[in-house]
Design a protein around this ligand. Structure first.
Ligand code: SF4
Length: 234
């Protein structure tokens, strides 16, 4: 469904960030629904703790919220199982899976095999960023679980920002939360999470590009100067 976006100036965004800096994330989630209604969409990876917290907060307001999953075809079985469990437990009724326009075989034929080992930016573009663009088409607000303490690159994450790349307002209600606060929320509300997080993984994406035993997002794309898939880069 296509929704009309309320107009936000840079000054509006600045003042929203000031207002939300000390707000409870649930207040920010409620504001997003009040402001954008069915224009809200959530990208869920079912990998990290904060994404699960956002899903729980949003599902409590509107279980029919549009939730999309980018299935690269390289997701851990534990991630897929977490998705099934969480969707049922949280009662989410509008979950859509988006995949690359290229099958693994077509990608290998066009760009060579194991592209993630040679050009992970291109692989992420094909399997994540392009499907993300389709998932958000016609939406006006993108709720995401980014936190400032997840990596150096995320240290300045705003709570509200305009995404020129995807043409909508991006809202990160958990930007100011710590890892400890996030886990306390999951425990306090019995929110399901990916069991790999109990097995030494701290950030979970495709199995090709994720290793356990590292801090924060350092277990992603080992050997490359890369710790973002490109979804959150402007
Ligand atoms: S995380 Fe790795 S396998 Fe997944 S899309 Fe990106 S480069 Fe490809």
């Amino acid at each position: 469904m296509t929704s009309t976006a309320p107009a936000f100036t840079a000054s509006d965004i600045h003042s929203l960030n000031g207002r939300f800096e000390t707000a409870d994330p649930r207040e920010i989630v409620c504001w997003a629904f009040d402001t954008f209604g069915s224009g809200v969409s959530i990208g869920a990876s079912f990998g990290g703790a904060s994404g699960m917290a956002i899903l729980h907060m949003a599902g409590a307001v509107d279980p029919g919220v549009h939730v999309f999953v980018l299935d690269t075809g390289y997701l851990f079985e534990e991630t897929l199982e977490t998705m099934r469990r969480a969707v049922a437990q949280l009662g989410l009724s509008h979950v859509q899976v988006y995949r690359s326009l290229l099958s693994h075989e077509e990608q290998a034929e066009k760009y060579g095999s194991a592209l993630w080992m040679r050009d992970p930016d291109l692989c992420c573009e094909l399997r994540k960023v392009e499907p993300n663009r389709r998932a958000l088409a016609g939406k006006t607000a993108w709720l995401s679980g980014l936190r400032r303490d997840q990596s150096e690159g995320r240290a300045d994450t705003p709570i509200v920002s305009w995404s020129g790349r995807f043409g909508l307002l991006k809202v990160n209600p958990l930007a100011t939360w710590t890892e400890k606060q996030t886990w306390a929320y999951l425990a306090g509300h019995g929110v399901p999470y990916n069991p790999l997080l109990d097995q030494g993984y701290t950030s979970i994406g495709c199995y090709n590009c994720t290793v356990p035993g590292k801090q924060g997002r350092q277990g992603r794309w080992e050997g490359f100067a890369k710790d973002e898939c490109g979804l959150h880069s402007e």
